[in-house]
Design a protein around this ligand. Sequence first.
Ligand code: HEM
Length: 412
Amino acid sequence: MLKDVGDVIDIDVASLPAYPFIGPDDNPFIPVKDADLERLGGSIGKVRLPFGGWAWLITEHQDVRQLLRHPGFSSDQYKPGFPVLNPIPPKQDDASGLFIFMDGDAHSRLRRMLTAEFMIKNIRRIEPLIEETVIESLERMRGLGAPVDLMAEFALPVPSMTICHLLGVPYSDHDFFQHHSAVIMDRKSGPAEVEGALGALAGLLGDLVEAKRTEPTDDLLSRLVIERVVPGELRKDELVSLAMLLLVAGHETTANMIGLSALVLLQHPEHLAALRENPDLAPGMVEELLRYLTVVRTGLPRLAMEDAEIGGQKIRAGEGVVAMLAMSNRDHSVFSDPEVFDPARREAHRHMAFGFGLHQCIGQPLARAELRVALVELARRFPGLRSEVALADAAQRPMAVTFGVAELPVTW
Ligand code: HEM
């Protein structure tokens, strides 16, 4: 029994529904079981957190929007009382650029330095490199011969190679970068291996920052070194950790989106064929896939720094809140027949798979470009693509930071 400080209400945490909710074992496209929603008892309710304590779970589209643009909620996971959903490492000294966990001016100072880099027009410039990366991975996959694991051979390498191009990692270092990224993202890597790989990448990025100082090239690292580090606006350690944030935030999310999207299209060969016939369908299809799959399934945790009201519910300073994006993307008041995957859905763009408000995903133009190119080329180059597993047997990763399937064996 937990005494709720400052209130007469006793909260019996043990009796609350356990969060994160997970969907049924036999269908990765259903984010939550009906029984869990019933236990929540409304669109906002208290849930028990995996590492102790409780938080408010917010599920409706309009309430999630209200929460995520409210400046009175913190993203700093090291603040006491923060509703932690996944195990977090002890606070590191070299985390000075991780603005995803920062609030207020500290957050906007670093975020602002990247806004221009991720504008659509700048992402268009690296699109030929994305195409090259996608085609190379697919042709290497073909060379291996069926069956192959589409996650390992395609979905995971494409985002890490893309970040490599964006940052300006020279070709000679691509293998090193790829190898250590793969260790970080490999679910079988132990904590010491992951730490070693993070250290190796930070070392590479540190050396690159030095090299770009004297020999800048046309890439993100060079521009930030010349425009921000040299004039003294940004420290080198901040830039290295910011680059690591881009790698980690943009890798697993995009990889799981590519993998799950392929799984959806394998379940619906008519949509895969339509994409092959008409690649112009890709942008709309990608929006619907983002909505339908919502890979950040456990949602976005925040800590109330002041008393607030969200969706009519009083939230008091010190209480934790979780915005459940997967539910808000299936809100009936915004999306008609939300459980149905409909690539022609007109309102698909209203999804919040990239979050909303102050911390809304800065990499979304890049993620969209990667998804579009990956799915079009997959449809074009592998017209006979088939899944080697039944949907019910696809091994899910329900408790991971980003939802996905562990492996996706395919043949063609
Ligand atoms: C389909 C792929 C992706 C999904 C679903 C996704 C999802 C998200 C979500 C939900 C947030 C909000 C986090 C919060 O409010 O706490 C976020 C933030 C962020 N994302 Fe993405 N993301 C994707 C791809 C990328 C890519 C490719 C990059 C960059 C290379 C990236 C970089 C970031 C960064 C830096 C933030 C922090 C923004 C801030 O705190 O202001 N993401 N992403």
